[in-house]
Write a protein that binds this ligand. Structure first.
Ligand SMILES: NC(=O)c1ccc[n+]([C@@H]2O[C@H](COP(=O)([O-])OP(=O)(O)OC[C@H]3O[C@@H](n4cnc5c(N)ncnc54)[C@H](OP(=O)(O)O)[C@@H]3O)[C@@H](O)[C@H]2O)c1
Length: 331
């Protein structure tokens, strides 16, 4: 089969399109013919050796997929040949086929649109875990979402809106704000492409407070970090929760007195380890999300697709801060 392979750390240009032997499913694994691959920011970090986990090289990137089960290994009981599945794999999906543990896959109805389904699990399950399990979000509460037009950000906008919360979006361009509002944000603001230094942070804090209104927001969903985190944290009302989700703009340092003031909570969110430690709760979350999608409460939007043979361009697009919603590689 053909696959993209990382032989050395570096950007998408270092990936090699090459022939590999077809994988064979081990006990408990299924062989899946890949239909589409969801592209996520960590894909670009992983190939550069900048992610929390470092697969041994050579490895195939691609962290989630939608595809058809072609073969089942011994001991597989919940999936059959011909099932359409979505799956999380960390790496390995940017290829014609993948052999993956049954537990990493969820069967979806045969008529599920494969392109959207490929990009569903990572972003929505992270957003749901953060908002529901970690922040205990309630209807009518206010959520500020940073990077609200990105993959995880736009999923958070949709999930929070579907749960009856009021969503305020913060993004770096008017088109991103329009995208977030089309997905459920009731308002928001456009911030600078870079927020550095005290003055810029104070100015952003004022603008966020104005957009949020009242005595502040209940939850901040923060997949961006950098200079954006402190102004957002300052917008939390008493008892508010700041969800630390990602650092596309860098890892920030914040004065801890901001947590003491107003008894705010800074809450780390690590979906990857949550899935390992509580796979059943994650499965329940994913099934709740799939039901919400079927009911029309979620509208996953794939704004760009790339052919599998052009997958590095998809990773580069995300690296360049250029994506709206989700980008998918189609096999
Ligand atoms: N904690 C977890 O369990 C978990 C799970 C999934 C993902 N994540 C993390 O969440 C973050 C977002 O992932 P994603 O797949 O949603 O990425 P994405 O689609 O690229 O969205 C990231 C957003 O970050 C903002 N951004 C700010 N500075 C940026 C920069 N220098 N380069 C690129 N984007 C920048 C952009 O919004 P604006 O232009 O509007 O600022 C962009 O839309 C990543 O850090 C990822 O590792 C964490």
């Amino acid at each position: 089969m053909k696959a993209w392979v990382s032989h050395r750390p570096g950007g998408p240009e270092t990936l090699v399109w090459q022939e590999l032997p077809d994988p064979v499913p081990a006990d408990g694994e299924v062989l899946v013919k890949i239909a589409a691959v969801g592209v996520n920011y960590p894909d670009g970090l992983l190939i550069r050796d900048l992610y929390q986990v470092r697969p041994e090289r050579p490895f195939v990137p691609g962290s989630e997929f939608c595809g058809v089960v072609e073969q089942t290994g011994r001991g597989v009981s919940g999936l059959r040949e011909g099932d359409l599945v979505i799956g999380r794999c960390g790496w390995g999906a940017m290829a014609d086929r993948i052999a993956v543990a049954e537990q990493r896959c969820v069967r979806v109805p045969a008529d599920t649109p494969r392109t959207q389904a490929a990009a569903f699990m990572f972003a929505y399950a992270t957003a749901y875990h953060a908002l529901c399990d970690a922040a205990q979000l309630q209807a009518k509460q206010t959520v500020l979402v940073l990077g609200a037009a990105g993959g995880v950000g736009s999923a958070a906008v949709e999930v929070a809106h579907a749960l009856g919360a009021r969503v305020v979006a913060a993004v770096s361009s008017p088109s991103k704000l329009a995208f977030a509002m089309a997905h459920g944000a009731s308002g928001g603001l456009v911030y600078e492409q870079q927020v550095e230094g005290r003055e810029a942070q104070q100015a952003l804090a004022r603008r966020i407070k104005e957009a949020v209104g009242g005595d502040g927001c209940d939850v901040v969903f923060d997949p961006v970090g950098g200079g954006y985190t402190e102004p957002a944290l300052r917008s939390l009302r008493r008892g508010g929760r700041h969800l630390v989700v990602g650092f596309t703009a860098g890892i920030p340092s914040v004065p801890l007195n901001l947590a003491l003031l107003k008894s705010r909570h800074i809450v780390g969110v690590d979906w990857r380890s949550f899935v390992q430690e509580d796979p059943k709760l994650n499965d329940r979350n994913v099934h709740s999300l799939l039901a919400m999608w079927r009911e029309g409460l979620l509208q996953p939007e794939v704004t760009e697709t790339f052919a599998l043979a052009d997958a590095p361009s998809a990773i580069a697009r995300l690296d360049a801060r250029g994506a709206l919603g989700k980008i998918v590689v189609v096999a």
